[in-house]
Design a protein around this ligand. Structure first.
Ligand code: TXA
Ligand code: MG
Length: 319
């Protein structure tokens, strides 16, 4: 990445334009948090409901103080361990943080991304950036520049291309209560990793159904391809049912063989969950582009990153 591109992106952000930036999780659609009209244009471009709050991105612990009021000890422990990285902390906001960003709430979600381009851009602009995933609302998240362009077409803002995203799954979003840490959204940092750092602190997970009131963006239907998707533990049995249709198969590590299969992607032949997570969204984009009648996506083992992968596939399957 040449620095003139970063300088240009920072100039655009200062003028109130949007910029697409790579992060280690997915590509983000960034705006200056202090420019309400820029923040509004994020919601317009994505077609995002205004009750779904945005994540604020920062490059330093000093910037954290600028955004949030109080930081509980549990949050400091997590930030020290996982930042920069794919963990988002929901904390009490400073008064000057716009309610457009927090969807009217008193808390703000914040994270320090672990990507050299995102960090360089944040340093160059000097202000924090609000950035949701760079995709139309409810559509598959983008892990490459090509995925972003597939979603926004010629409405794609200035884009910094950082190649494929290393993690491929969004950040884990957590909130804090007196009785411990609450996972609002499962993501690239596993529940096990959080628990191992927090030791005596209780880690509670919210489900797809219970997360929505605490984290308004956790809509059940989300991350959806245009083709119908079925999330199934038994691909072989489903294949028999869809004889005569054009079927795309998304599997963890096995290869399936059946005349109905028109396309098939295996997320990790070695059965490596990190690799599967990294490939998940790009594989969904690729299969969806072939417009099959049906996408059969395999249910993953429900541990580690498999929990977040299953969460995304379950939401993708919602009608
Ligand atoms: O990895 C990521 O987190 C990516 C990259 C670009 O950083 N961003 C991302 O943003 O996934 P988005 O807008 O697609 O998802 C934001 C999530 C939503 O589920 C929303 O409900 C939750 O964060 N969220 C934001 N503010 C919140 C708040 N104040 N309280 C609870 N949940 C919040
Ligand atoms: Mg998103």
């Amino acid at each position: 990445m040449t620095s003139p591109e970063i300088v240009n992106a920072a100039k655009l952000l200062k003028e109130g334009s949007l910029v697409v930036m790579p992060t280690e999780t997915v590509y983000g659609l960034a705006a200056n948090i202090y420019n309400d009209s820029a923040v509004r244009s994020i919601f317009e471009l994505k077609g995002r409901p205004s009750n779904n709050p945005l994540i604020v991105h920062i490059h330093s612990f000093e910037q954290l103080q600028e955004v949030v009021r109080e930081i509980p000890a549990m949050a400091i422990t997590l930030a020290e361990e996982f930042w920069p990285g794919p963990l988002t902390l929901v904390l009490e906001k400073q008064d000057h943080i716009s309610e457009l960003i927090t969807a009217g709430g008193a808390t703000v979600a914040v994270r320090m991304p672990n990507h050299p381009i995102a960090l360089a851009l944040l340093k160059e602009t000097g202000f924090p950036l609000a950035a949701p995933s760079a995709n139309p609302s409810n559509y598959i998240s983008p892990t490459s520049a090509e995925n972003v362009r597939r979603g926004f077409g010629d409405r794609t803002p200035f884009l910094l291309d950082g190649g494929p995203c290393e993690k491929g799954l969004e950040s884990t979003v957590v909130g804090f209560k007196a009785d411990g840490v609450y996972i609002y959204r499962h993501g690239a940092i596993t529940r096990e990793a959080l628990a191992s750092v927090l030791k005596d602190v209780e880690v509670h997970s919210l489900t797809a159904e219970t997360a929505a009131p605490a984290s308004p963006g956790m809509l059940l239907k989300h991350y959806s391809p245009k083709s119908r998707l079925i999330h199934t533990p038994n691909i072989a049995a489903q294949l028999k049912e869809f004889e005569g249709s054009s079927v795309a198969v998304l599997s963890f590590n096995k290869e399936y063989s059946h005349p109905a299969i028109e396309a098939q992607l295996i997320l990790s032949r070695e059965g490596n969950m990190e690799e599967a997570a990294r490939n998940l969204y790009s594989a969904l984009h690729e299969l969806d582009a072939k417009t099959p009648d049906i996408i059969l996506a395999e249910v993953f083992p429900d541990t580690g990153l498999g929990i977040a992968i299953n969460d995304r596939l379950r939401r993708a399957a919602e009608k």
